[in-house]
Design a protein around this ligand. Structure first.
Ligand code: HEM
Length: 243
């Protein structure tokens, strides 16, 4: 029974989540990009918002980069670089732990502001509150993995998670068997993590796709002109005359 659940949750569920994540994001990007927004209520409790938002974003970005590189870099690259599994496990604990605590403080401020200020509460949708609480639960589960990881500093559990993540992305659902005996806190963290991918396109998290990384791949230059010819525009002329 446990094997069957493991296979469904860690072998098939990831593909459901990834498909909804990619297709859903693409549809929203293609059809309704202008409907996504951060949903900010910036004018209220600005200081708390600034601290909360900055700590949350810095923390979660470090966690994101750490998870991405830590889970998806083939283990032979770490071996070739002479980075031992124990050292890598310590890096995950220390870097992920510090970023996780920053993120936790930030999210606590944001959640407090959103739930306990009645003006902000009334303007928040169910989705705004639900996604914040989902991320908060995921963060707490992530932090709760640290004491478990401290019990196996040789990194063998961490290598299992790397092989699982890389196996899933190379279309091998059978790698789910690696997680049969994983600690429940890891199983819960992985399950909720995949669920976040599942609901991503339906939440304000889609604004992540607006990160200005697109500029990095842009070909050519954008020429910005003032729109004012050398002699000045005649009075009443439109600033950008139609061609
Ligand atoms: C699909 C999404 C996710 C997956 C597959 C995932 C997976 C993992 C794994 C395998 C670990 C243990 C690393 C180790 O000790 O070897 C971990 C730790 C952790 N995760 Fe996640 N995670 C996901 C999303 C998140 C999110 C969204 C957050 C924050 C909101 C988060 C916060 C943490 C924290 C704070 C730790 C402990 C520090 C560390 O080891 O980096 N995780 N995660």
């Amino acid at each position: 029974m446990r094997d069957a659940i493991t296979y469904i949750v860690f072998g098939w569920y990831p593909y459901l989540c990834l498909t909804v994540f990619l297709v859903g994001s693409w549809l929203r990007f293609d059809r309704e990009q202008y409907t996504w927004k951060t949903g900010s209520s910036q004018l209220l409790r600005r200081r708390q918002l600034m601290w909360g938002s900055n700590l949350f974003h810095v923390g979660i970005l470090v966690i994101f980069v750490g998870h991405f590189a830590g889970l998806l870099t083939p283990i032979w690259i770490f071996d070739a670089l002479g980075i031992s599994h124990t050292f890598k496990q310590w890096m995950a604990i220390v870097i992920g732990g510090v970023a996780g605590i920053a993120c936790f403080v930030g999210m606590t401020l944001l959640i407090h502001r959103r739930l306990f200020d009645s003006r902000i509460r009334t303007t928040s949708s169910f989705g705004d509150i639900a996604i914040l609480l989902l991320l908060y639960a995921q963060l707490i589960l992530g932090l709760a993995t640290i004491p478990v990881s401290l019990n196996h500093l040789d990194g063998h559990e961490m290598v299992k998670f790397m092989n699982w993540a890389q196996g899933i992305l190379t279309l091998q659902p059978g790698v789910s068997a690696l997680l049969t005996d994983a600690h429940p806190v890891f199983r819960a963290h992985l399950f909720l993590g995949m669920t976040i991918f599942l609901v991503f396109p339906f939440t304000r998290l889609v604004h992540v796709w607006s990160a200005p990384i697109w500029y990095l791949g842009r070909r050519g230059y954008q020429i910005v002109r003032s729109g004012r010819p050398a002699g000045g525009l005649p009075a009443g002329a439109p600033r950008y005359p139609a061609r």
